[in-house]
Every structure is written in structure tokens, then in C-alpha cells.
Design a protein around this ligand. Sequence first.
Ligand code: ADP
Ligand code: MG
Length: 165
Amino acid sequence: APYPLRMEGKVIRGFGRGSKELGIPTANLPVDDSLTPWIADIKSGVYFGWASLRPPPSHPNQPTASSEARSGFSVYPMVMSIGYNPVYENMERSAEVHVLHEFGADFYGVEMRLLITGFIREEKDYPVLEALIEDINIDCDVARNSLDREAWALRETGKGTLDGS
Ligand code: ADP
Ligand code: MG
């Protein structure tokens, strides 16, 4: 499918795999095949892009930019996994987003819009947790670096808004 890919929904509870305890919480989104037909035939793996949240989770040291005030959305870089949902015996797709930002609180129920701009790697099985965590940290670096470049290019050309509004 051509990038960017879009999806949106309200953050739901995940599979209780304790991502937060690993220091990498993943906000789960419901997957609706009719809204995101491309998700049926996309490769399982790690993707990156931008996440907009409304309302933005409160953060004491976070000034609100004027574009945020207008749309009510706050934009953050993100890295996400698209896989299969174990709750539905791996028949349905799952989407879990790690937002590259530190929040003061959970944001279940918040509306999240995603702009997926690229693919990092295919899914892998990890024999030990440490190897998984190490790879996720590399994924976050890859995403940050790519998105820094994208944000810069957007600013240079003056084209486009990240949240599609
Ligand atoms: P669950 O199994 O319910 O998804 P997680 O341990 O994966 O639980 O934690 C995910 C939740 O953590 C998200 O739904 C969100 O409310 C919260 N959260 C806090 N900070 C972040 C972040 N930077 N990225 C993603 N989710 C976050
Ligand atoms: Mg999760």
C-alpha cells in the first residue's frame, strides 16, 4: 500500500502483556477493516509515523502550540507494531502504538489519529526479553531519525499538516 497510511480510533485496553512494565507502553487501537482496508494485506512488523491525540494528555511542562489549540490535536512521533490479535486467535489484525513522548498519565479512551509514513522491519520472535527490548529501542531511534528528516522536509516545503486537518 502507498504511504502515508492512515488510521484512527479511540485508545482501548491491550492484551495485558505488560508493555508498560518494560518501559514501552503501547496504546492499542481497534482495527476496523472497512475503515482501513489496506491493513488486511500489509506485512506484520514495525512501522513508524506520527500520532495525533485529542485531547492531548496533560503534561505540566508542555506549552500548547497554536496549531494544537486550533485543531485540539497534539502531534507526536510514534513507532508501532502491526500484527495479529491473540485475543481473536490471531485472526484479526492488531495495532499498538508507542508514542515517542513521556506522558504524566494514561490516555485510554482518547482519540488517536495515525499517519504511518514508513516500515522499519518484520516481526520477530525473541528467545529472551532483553533482545526484544534492545530491538525496540533501536526501532525508536530509527523512527526518531527518519521523522526528524520528514518534519524538516515538511517545514522546508511548507507542505501539508501532519494530522490531516
Ligand atoms: P495495554 O495492554 O492496556 O495496552 P500497556 O502496558 O501497553 O497496556 O500501556 C498502554 C497504555 O499506556 C496506553 O493505552 C496509554 O494510555 C498509556 N501510555 C502512557 N504513555 C504512553 C506512550 N508514550 N505511548 C503509548 N501509550 C502510553
Ligand atoms: Mg499495549
